[in-house]
Design a binder for this molecule. Structure first.
Ligand code: NAD
Length: 350
């Protein structure tokens, strides 16, 4: 029986994850899944002394997919960096599960067009996916300090295999969408980018039906806010992706709407793009939709339950079309509801 490790984590994670699980269970009623909850982050530090207890790690390794809320909060900020929830749990978990691809779909929900900081005519019709390499590049290369003269360095290294597997995955995504892939690099300056481009071009021979283009990262940042509808699938290395995914997140109006997946084959860790929002935790005020849409991604990409996944997406759109909003999405005149009621509305709309 397929098994899902559920990690609510801290802050609003405790409130939004139960809604996401309830929605996913409502659409998968007649299928057998094992849903089991485990401790992670600050909650795990309080209970066991460590942010990623061995039991949690083992459960995530054994599970078919992991559904997470968010971790961290002021209570644990004073701990030494490696023990804090983010560094002590999130990075080791991604590493242990070898999750090399971060996938962030960004789609403008028509009902939320007014919630974006960008003009409606710019964000209307935005429907893109950024695929970021997650386990290589500058964040994982050799780094250090030198004395006399004092200096610090980080190195950006990519192997052919690392580039090929992420680019290949991006081509597969493009095939399932609008057959357009834009590979973002800085090939006019960086040797690693020239190599990235070479491998991307070579990999394209396996996907003659997909249109491959290349864009320098500085131009990509500009084009994402200038004419975002030109993009279908974007693939890029770790640091460029880190920056571009946050930039792209603003295209959808609210961070409370964005789901992400970090994947290695069909195995994935699914979580909202936002953090634990300690400022609103425990108030039934958090928007559960990013967590609910994360569960929808999980059904589609880890379990191939495309129809069930799309039912959830349509239910979310229907609830927003009816004017229901959590406080973060509210425009004047909106009908504001809490976390639990938003979850219930989505279940009703399924
Ligand atoms: P955050 O995303 O938690 O919050 C930023 C702002 O957005 C806050 O005002 C918050 O109230 C609001 N917000 C976020 N999600 C919301 C939602 N679902 N509904 C309504 N409003 C929402 O970022 P932060 O404040 O910088 O970080 C808070 C904590 O979360 C920190 O400890 C940080 O390290 C951690 N964090 C964890 C993750 C993760 O678990 N993947 C990611 C980012 C931040």
């Amino acid at each position: 029986m397929p098994e899902i490790a559920v990690l609510p984590g801290d802050g609003i994670g405790q409130e939004i994850v139960p809604e996401a699980v309830a929605v996913a269970q409502a659409v998968t009623r007649d299928r057998d899944f094992i849903w089991r909850e485990y401790l992670i982050g600050g909650a795990a530090i309080d209970a066991t002394g460590g942010a990623l207890p061995p039991e949690t790690l083992a459960a995530c390794q054994a599970a078919d997919a992991v559904l997470m809320g968010a971790i961290g909060g002021p209570k644990w900020d004073a701990l030494p960096a490696p023990q804090r929830p983010e560094l002590g749990a999130l990075l080791p978990l991604r590493k242990q599960l070898a999750l090399y691809a971060n996938i962030r779909p960004v789609r403008m929900t028509p009902a939320l067009i007014g919630a974006s900081t960008l003009k409606p005519e710019v964000v209307r019709g935005v429907d893109l996916v950024v695929i970021r390499e997650l386990t290589g590049g500058l964040y994982f290369g050799e780094k250090g300090r030198r004395s006399a003269p004092r200096a610090a360095y980080d190195t950006l290294v990519y192997t052919e295999e690392e580039i090929r597997r992420i680019v290949r995955l991006a081509f597969q995504w493009a095939r399932a969408r609008r057959w357009k892939l834009c590979s973002v690099d800085k090939a006019n300056v960086l040797e690693s980018s020239r190599f990235w481009r070479e491998i991307a071009v070579d990999t394209a021979r396996e996907f003659p039906d997909v249109e491959l283009t290349h864009m320098y990262v500085d131009n990509a940042a500009m084009q994402l806010v200038r004419r975002p509808e030109q993009f279908d699938v974007v693939v890029t290395e770790n640091m460029f992706g880190d920056i571009l995914t946050d930039l792209a997140s603003m295209l959808s109006g609210s961070i409370g709407m964005l789901a992400t997946a970090s994947m290695n084959g069909p195995k994935g860790l699914y979580e909202p793009a936002h953090g634990s929002a300690p400022d609103i935790a425990g108030q039934d005020a958090a928007n559960p939709l990013a967590a609910i849409l994360s569960a929808a991604m999980m059904l589609k990409y880890s379990f191939a339950l495309t129809e069930e996944s799309e039912r959830i997406e349509k239910a979310v759109a229907a609830v927003l079309d009816s004017g229901w909003r959590t406080a973060d999405l509210a425009e004047p005149g909106a009908r504001i509801i809490g976390t639990r009621e938003m979850g219930a509305k989505v279940r009703e709309a399924l």
